[in-house]
Design a protein around this ligand. Structure first.
Ligand code: AQP
Length: 328
């Protein structure tokens, strides 16, 4: 079976965007592949985090993954910082990554523009850690959104270079583009992607929002001054709502246009809100049950970390030997 690795940062409660674009596909992939899913808490440190909040968010993020249907019996499910090999391989790879190639990363440029007060070294070398995450498990495939293609490219470059310099060590990962998983846009600014760390609470739906909150947020969603519910250029707000509704219900755009012809934006927004609230209901119920069971969560992430470390250590031993370190 081919190996898949993916991760998600615990920088806030996961959004409908994270669900549609990532987690929902992860759940499907675990039936066909050997999957490894991690809470990327080390990556979250590249932006200043409140320690008390971060600790709570990591646990909550782990519970959300399970609540969505990621099954620790089928997939390796772990928290990045609990597997020390990520930090170890990060160092070796950082020493094999060039300043110039890191400087060209658009995410670094974006994030440092957004946080000019905290342009730290971790933010700059982030791609080396991401490469470590992927290469440690010899992943064949990495599910990526369009926004993350550049990161996978640099991972491939780093892996190829390492293999050429030191001999065959790493599997070269390929991008895995899911069939569905359109980009979900912000409800407040539909030209921007929906983001969990957006300051405007109305811009995103979280997986754990109560049904009435979801419906209210959709009612406030920014649309346009046109009256028609149809998918067309320039109608970013309506396009986004149609795309969300279509992914959740399975209805095509034509069906939606037909069903809502002659109806107002208000009716459509309510329908989208209700459909999303209903789809997220079982997840929220699972979560409410899981988050109370701290012992189970602890046991599950410890077990995941142990299994991950076993696999990661195999790669690490090889890497240390290849670069010339003495055996432990
Ligand atoms: N709006 C989105 N639509 C579709 N997919 C999305 N993803 C994120 N936002 C959308 C996918 O979710 C996965 C995990 O993302 P991440 O936690 O690594 O960080 P991100 O992509 O930067 O997500 P956020 O929510 O925007 O986080 P912050 O606000 O912390 O930067 C990825 O597979 C991503 O494609």
């Amino acid at each position: 079976k081919q190996i898949i690795l993916s991760g998600i940062q615990p920088t806030g409660t996961f959004t409908l965007g994270n669900y549609i674009g990532a987690i929902r596909n992860w759940v499907k992939l675990q039936e066909e592949y050997d999957c490894a899913y991690m809470i990327a808490d080390m990556h979250a440190l590249t932006v200043r985090q409140d320690p008390v909040k971060l600790r709570q968010q990591i646990l909550s993020a782990f519970a959300v993954l399970l609540a969505c249907g990621v099954d620790p019996k089928k997939s390796l499910t772990f928290i990045q910082s609990q597997v020390h090999q990520h930090a170890e391989l990060n160092w070796v790879l950082a020493c094999n990554t060039q300043f110039g190639e890191l400087s060209r990363m658009t995410q670094f440029k974006d994030k440092s523009a957004k946080h000019p007060e905290n342009i730290n070294a971790g933010l700059f070398t982030y791609p080396a850690l991401m490469a470590a995450d992927i290469l440690l498990y010899q992943a064949n495939l990495v599910p990526v959104g369009v926004d993350q293609k550049q990161h996978l490219e640099i991972t491939r470059d780093i892996a190829n270079r390492f293999n050429n310099n030191y001999g065959q060590t790493f599997t070269i990962p390929e991008p895995y583009i899911p069939e569905i998983g359109a980009k979900v846009m912000s409800l407040a600014e539909p030209t921007k992607k929906m983001s969990k760390s957006d300051e405007n609470q109305n811009a995103f739906i979280t997986i754990l929002d109560a049904p009435e909150v979801i419906i209210k947020k959709f009612k406030r969603a920014v649309t346009d001054s046109d009256m028609e519910i149809r998918y067309a250029e320039g109608k970013d707000g309506i396009n986004n709502l149609m795309s969300i509704y279509s992914t959740i219900t399975g209805d095509s755009y034509e069906t939606i246009e037909r069903d809502f012809s002659g109806k107002g934006y208000g009716d459509f927004k309510t329908a989208v809100g209700e459909a999303v609230a209903e789809a997220l209901r079982p997840i929220r119920e699972n979560y409410d049950r899981l988050i109370k069971d701290k012992a189970y969560l602890e046991e599950t992430y410890h077990d995941g970390a142990q299994k991950a470390a076993y696999l990661a250590e195999k790669t690490m031993r090889k890497v240390y030997r290849k670069v010339g370190f003495l055996a432990k």
